[in-house]
Design a binder for this molecule. Structure first.
Ligand SMILES: [Zn+2]
Ligand SMILES: [Zn+2]
Length: 335
């Protein structure tokens, strides 16, 4: 049995275990750790890209230089929680391994100082910039649609509205991504109806990339009518239940659910309904004119309690239609 030249105890590998471990820690060096962190969205830049958690472990471990003979069996550290104002933090690291094949793996503890470099990540920098590639011009705006635009864009991490400007007749949204804008405006039309016009205009010439730069303008003019309105269009009376590129509602003349292509504003008259008493249903359905107290005929037969009150509208020919679906009219949907 050889003896440790340093302390005289039994040697395991020239030295005794204690002296060997004291002389040669598992970690020879730790390179300075500087973590690029975006305060706005709490992402960090690791291995060249902005990420939330992915790849942090491998990137952080790469700062360790292990002793040449070390065999590392396990490295453990918590995922850092970065305080908003912190300039640095300390990460406790547990390293398991051994310096000699003759010694069972053991643990060493380290405390690693991580410096934080505060930066705006690519997305957050874009969101704060005045950069834009296209306009979404919303005309005849409706609150519901404005809220939909803002919440939908917010859900997409790569597209931003860098400015929303009130202009005559509506709102202009400045979009950072024109590839996104074009399909988006058609999605809006499908959902809310209206008329879309798009136009690409030469904006400037990029001399560095030697190519022209275009700005896209997508205009959507929403219909003047809304869900709940009764419209007369192309000889039809529809009480609208759903807006969109197809308008869905109750057809007051056909007395059934129906859908039509969204008409333009000039093809539409919005009708006001008035409450009247239905005086009788046999032999013909009649209502009481609230001004003259005369009985007048309805344009269609109804099955309601005589004396009950119902809303009616008049079509362009002056015919009176009950402006709601009556209990016996819940029929299957047809085109
Ligand atoms: Zn020793
Ligand atoms: Zn960010």
């Amino acid at each position: 049995m050889a003896f440790c030249p340093q302390c005289g105890k039994d040697a395991v590998d020239v030295f005794c275990e204690e002296c060997l471990r004291a002389q040669t820690p598992l970690v020879a060096d730790i390179k300075p750790v500087v973590l690029q962190h975006c305060t706005t969205c709490d992402r960090m830049k690791v291995r060249g890209s902005w990420t939330q958690t992915k790849d942090f472990d491998r990137w952080f471990q790469n700062h360790f230089v292990f002793a040449p003979n070390a065999v590392i069996t396990h490295v453990e550290f918590p995922f850092p929680v970065i305080e908003p104002d912190a300039k640095e933090f300390v990460l406790p690291v547990l390293i398991e391994g051994t310096i000699s094949q003759r010694i069972e793996p053991y643990e060493e503890e380290y405390e690693v100082e991580v410096k934080i470099s505060r930066e705006a990540c690519d997305r957050c920098a874009l969101a704060k910039s005045t950069y834009f590639e296209g306009f979404l011009q919303l005309r005849n705006p409706k609150e519901e649609v404005v809220a939909y635009i803002e919440s939908t864009v917010r859900k997409n991490p790569d597209v931003f509205i860098t400015k929303a400007e009130d202009v005559r007749g509506g709102i202009d949204f400045w979009f950072t991504d024109q590839k996104y804008l074009q399909p988006f405006v058609h999605e809006l039309r499908k959902k809310f109806g209206g008329v879309v016009k798009t136009q690409s205009k030469l904006h400037t010439y990029d001399h560095q990339k030697s190519k022209p730069v275009y700005r896209l303008t997508c205009l959507i003019r929403l219909p003047k009518f809304n869900r709940g309105d009764i419209i007369e269009t192309k000889d039809r009376l529809i009480k609208i239940s759903q807006m969109g590129s197809r308008v869905v509602g109750f057809d007051l003349q056909r007395r059934k659910n129906s859908s039509i292509d969204c008409p333009t504003d000039d093809e539409v008259t919005i009708l006001e309904s008035e409450e009247v008493v239905i005086s009788r249903t046999q032999p013909k359905s009649m209502y009481l004119d609230p001004d003259t107290y005369q009985e007048e005929p309805l344009a269609h037969q109804v099955t309601v309690e005589p004396g009950s009150t119902h809303p009616i509208v008049f079509d362009a020919k002056g015919k009176a239609w009950v402006a709601r679906k009556l209990p016996d009219e819940f029929k299957p949907f047809t085109q």
